[in-house]
Design a protein around this ligand. Sequence first.
Ligand code: ADP
Length: 209
Amino acid sequence: MELSNRQEKIVEIVKENGPITGENIADSLNLTRATLRPDLAILTMAGFLDARPRVGYFYTGKTGSELLTEKLKKLKVSDYNSIPIVVEENISVYDAICSMFLDDVGTLFVVNKHAMLAGVLSRKDLLRASMGKQDLTSVPVHIIMTRMPNITICKKGDLLIDAAQKLIDKQIDALPVVQDVNDGYEVIGRITKTNITKALVALGRDEHL
Ligand code: ADP
């Protein structure tokens, strides 16, 4: 985050003189305590300063990148996930291709007749299936999908950075966000490289939640 001139001055004063009261910071800057209040609130919330009752403000010593890491580690899958596009395991490869175009996604999640996660279809899975001579309207997707238990999943309470690590480790583009039900996983969301990119941009622009 960009600090204003005044905020930078405050940080300098606290660095050199902390712990220091708000009153004394205000005096050093020839300002009133009330004028400084919003700046002190911002600096404390952003983690540059810490405040202890009856002691005053002190410098946390955290660098910008440490503060960024702290913020990153607070982001949850549930803050950034998208709506999942789910298809039934008996639909044809042809229909899955249509669904991928119509819903404008790169990964489809496949469910069984109990609406539980059964597999994943990527763009290349569908391309590969299209290269043969089969009639795509008669090949069901469960023949070509990557299937359970080999599906990498995440849950809505997981850290976004852990989901991102899974995408990298498994070299895949998307994870289903699932919740446990009696006999499997219900698909409740989707995390893709796009979601991770959005989170990165929001963090960089200091617009995250
Ligand atoms: P693409 O194949 O279009 O580049 P991916 O890299 O996401 O897309 O997929 C690579 C392979 O990994 C595909 O065979 C796909 O079925 C599989 N796959 C994709 N997502 C997952 C996942 N979450 N868990 C397990 N396998 C997956």
